[in-house]
Design a binder for this molecule. Structure first.
Ligand code: ADP
Length: 483
């Protein structure tokens, strides 16, 4: 199998290093593809190419950029089934979820095609007569984009599309577990006429390629989504290099279920939020905080729904929960389950590796109860299909528990009380507040991000992406001149 190559300065480039094998987590004997591993020298070349391409690209017309992004979006949508299949095969989320994610990536490109046409500034009067001030937006330059494995096409799309829309050049390093979707994005950009150097793909390790991007003085900004540890380490170096930075990291997202909740909807929110995409979402529900009047009925219905979930091969139409992404994530999930038991939480459903249809990393959806909020399983992000039930006497205690966490990405409440829903909307310490809706699942045209330890820097997605991918210049024009 010849390795798929990296894309540097408009050319597909081979590598001398051993290639990265992309394996199917539903069946580890299935090799999805082989991908050339870029090294630090190739990363330098890509950064230099991006730098060299920037002056012309920063002066490109808004129509040129809109047309490019629109064409990429159309092609992604036209090939959504095929790309979705590749995504499910390399990441392990179900085919339905993978096709949905692919469609979303297509819509993201089309949305930002429109945004390229809507770059505006301000005209402001000056206190000085005959003097006017304009505030105009400019691109930053070269953006380093570093992405995780859990949304192999949507996250790259929601960083790359606005970066290009606002006339920046891109050096893109995807997670090594999911090079396939990243490669598709690069192919489409190349096929749709993206000029050489404007977009570069480097599949490779965080230590070699990621470090070279973060340390390069020619890179003006870093947009990162991934783990808290990597994000923190990277931020320190990026700031030392005076780069603009945006980090999206973990969550420990609460869902409050009050006595007056619609029971069916609450159970649906919990199951969807906790287990879909195998719990491998930074917005996944991991703490369900329930008041006494509904606890028994909610617990009963949640356990019944959880036990009935079909775990299996991501490509099987009947599968509702795919495998963990790799052996390391599966081990993390099982280790946390052991930690929970040791801490005195009661395992009520799941907790084991799932007897597999194939040789994959299957794990049972897992529910703990008798969890208190200081236990490690209630404080640390697991990133697997594991949810904890916590009890609260009333809404006030539930909210205090929900907010008692170092994270603050998403949080939800299930209630028919307008008073509590409104109070939650105002007082939940989160970036995404969900009322009678799962903690996961936001649209592409609205801002995404969290507070506290979950995020750093300006919001991603929608019209708010302009804040990160541009800076403003203040321009004075004095009309008080002769002639
Ligand atoms: P995840 O497990 O969600 O992929 P990581 O934080 O481990 O989270 O990785 C997120 C991205 O950051 C990946 O593309 C990874 O290769 C990259 N990465 C890891 N280490 C570094 C590093 N030292 N510098 C830059 N990028 C890194």
């Amino acid at each position: 199998m010849s390795a798929h190559r990296n894309y540097i300065n408009g050319a597909w480039v081979e590598s001398a290093a051993a290639p990265i094998l992309d394996r199917n987590p539903s069946d580890i004997d299935d090799v999805v593809g082989s991908y050339a591993a870029a090294d630090a020298a190739q990363t330098r070349r890509a950064i230099e190419a991006a730098r060299a391409a920037f002056p012309a690209w920063s002066r490109s017309s808004i129509q040129e950029r809109a047309d490019l992004l629109d064409a990429v979006g159309s092609r992604i949508l036209a090939r959504a089934q095929e790309i979705g299949r590749l995504l499910a095969r390399e990441e392990g989320k179900t085919l339905k979820e993978a096709v949905g994610e692919t469609m979303r990536a297509g819509h993201v490109f089309k949305f930002h095609a429109g945004q390229a046409l809507r770059i505006t500034g301000e005209l402001v009067d000056s206190p000085r007569k005959g003097v006017s001030v304009t505030v105009q937006r400019e691109p930053l330059g070269v953006i380093g984009i570093i992405t995780p494995w859990n949304f192999p096409i949507a996250i790259p799309a929601w960083k790359i599309a606005p970066a290009l829309a606002y006339a920046n050049c891109v050096v893109f390093k995807p997670a090594s577990l999911v090079p396939g979707c990243a490669h598709v994005v690069a192919e489409l950009l190349a096929d749709c006429g993206c000029p050489p150097g404007v977009f570069n793909l480097l599949v490779g390790s965080g230590r070699e390629v990621g470090d070279a991007i973060v340390n390069a003085p020619e890179v003006d900004a870093i947009s990162f989504t991934g783990s808290v540890e990597t994000g923190r380490a990277l931020a320190t170096r990026a700031v030392a290099g005076m780069k603009k930075i945006q980090l999206e990291m973990g969550g420990k997202n609460p869902l409050i279920v009050l006595d007056d909740a619609d029971l069916d909807n609450a159970v649906e929110c919990a199951v969807q939020g906790a287990f879909y995409s195998t719990g491998q979402r930074c917005t996944a529900t991991s703490r369900v905080i329930v008041t006494p009047g509904i606890y028994g009925r909610f617990r009963h219905a949640l356990l019944a729904r959880t036990t009935a979930l079909v775990v299996g091969d991501a490509l099987d139409e009947k599968t509702q929960i795919g495998p963990a992404v790799d052996a390391a994530q599966l081990k993390t999930d099982l280790d946390y389950i052991a930690v929970g038991q040791k801490e005195g939480a009661r395992l009520v459903v799941g907790g084991e590796r799932q007897p597999a249809p194939k040789n994959g990393f299957y794990i049972q959806p897992t529910v703990f109860e008798d969890v208190h909020n200081q236990m490690r399983i209630a404080r640390e992000e697991i990133f697997g299909p594991v949810v904890s039930l916590l009890r609260a006497q009333d809404y006030e205690e539930a909210l205090a528990t929900a907010n008692d966490t170092p994270f603050g990405l998403s949080g939800g409440i299930c209630t028919t009380s307008l008073k509590h829903a409104d109070h939650f909307r105002r007082n939940a310490q989160v970036g995404l507040a969900m009322i009678n809706a799962p903690t996961a699942g936001v649209d592409y045209h609205v801002p995404f991000g969290g507070v506290k330890g979950s995020s750093y820097g300006s919001r991603e997605q929608g019209a708010y992406a302009v804040e990160f991918y541009t800076r403003v210049k203040t321009v004075y024009t004095n009309a008080n001149i002769a002639g």
